[in-house]
Design a protein around this ligand. Structure first.
Ligand SMILES: [Zn+2]
Length: 250
């Protein structure tokens, strides 16, 4: 219980750092050597404005100086990280597994939010994911290694084809790169589950947005978040979903 509490607080602190990455990476700002500041008045934040979640609640979601509203992104990302860290801690088999899961979670969360906000998947993050994939695939048994490489190539060529056909209007090239990495990470049949879930949830959200008039038929919706959502579904429930699927088909 005490350990869960410590892991939760650690997650909050890392979440606070992820917020900085989400805000600064797309703008090319320095992530480490620059004090955090208010989005509106640009004044540097003081120590009591930097405590995850608590500062936001204590200050009523407003900047202490200019009193303008602060984004809900800050406490939300911190809480999601805190809760996820506790869940990952309870799932991981050993410390290497835990560090891998936490690293992957942070990458996915940052990619998800940046693509949602800015419609880009920054190369810095994709390259970090590439390194993770290389180490992961090298450590797999020989037979699995080939399956995972083929899954990456398969998913990538499918997305490259879609990118070429839609001339980059339906998908970004970042989605093509991400699909290769997710294929290599998930292998077969999990990549099929992930892509199916991504297209299904993407279409569903698209229809909801068009019906609620928040988007038009031609507006662009980032696809990265759906790919990541699909990947999480495949990670967690891929095996059982595949079994259900096969039973329905046979
Ligand atoms: Zn301010």
């Amino acid at each position: 219980m005490i350990i869960s509490g410590i892991v939760f607080i650690f997650g909050l602190v890392i979440g606070s750092f992820l917020n900085v990455v989400i805000d600064r990476l797309p703008r090319g700002e320095n992530i480490v050597w620059k004090p955090s500041h208010c989005d509106h008045c640009k004044k540097p934040l003081r120590w009591y404005e930097l405590i995850p979640v608590i500062s936001f609640l204590f200050l009523g979601g407003k900047c202490a100086r200019c009193k303008k509203r602060l984004s809900y992104q800050y406490p939300l990302i911190e809480l999601v990280s805190g809760i996820s860290f506790v869940l990952l801690y309870s799932q991981a088999a050993d410390s290497v597994g835990l560090i891998s899961l936490i690293f992957l979670f942070c990458l996915f969360l940052v990619l998800f939010v940046i693509d949602l906000k800015e419609q880009i998947l920054p190369d810095e993050l994709l390259i970090s994911l590439l390194f993770f994939c290389i180490i992961y695939v090298i450590r797999l048994p020989q037979a699995d290694r080939i399956i995972h490489l083929m899954s990456g190539l398969g998913a990538g060529s499918g997305f490259l084809f879609l990118w070429l056909v839609t001339r980059g209007r339906g998908l970004g090239f970042g989605d093509v790169k991400l699909s290769v990495l997710l294929g290599a990470l998930l292998g077969y049949p999990n990549i099929i589950i992930a892509l199916y879930a991504a297209f299904l949830t993407g279409a569903l959200v698209g229809v909801i947005l068009i019906m609620s008039r928040k988007a038009k038929m031609r507006s662009r919706i980032a696809f990265g978040p759906f790919l990541i959502l699909g990947t999480l579904i495949a990670f967690r429930w891929g095996g059982s979903l595949w079994e259900i699927w096969l039973r329905l088909l046979v």
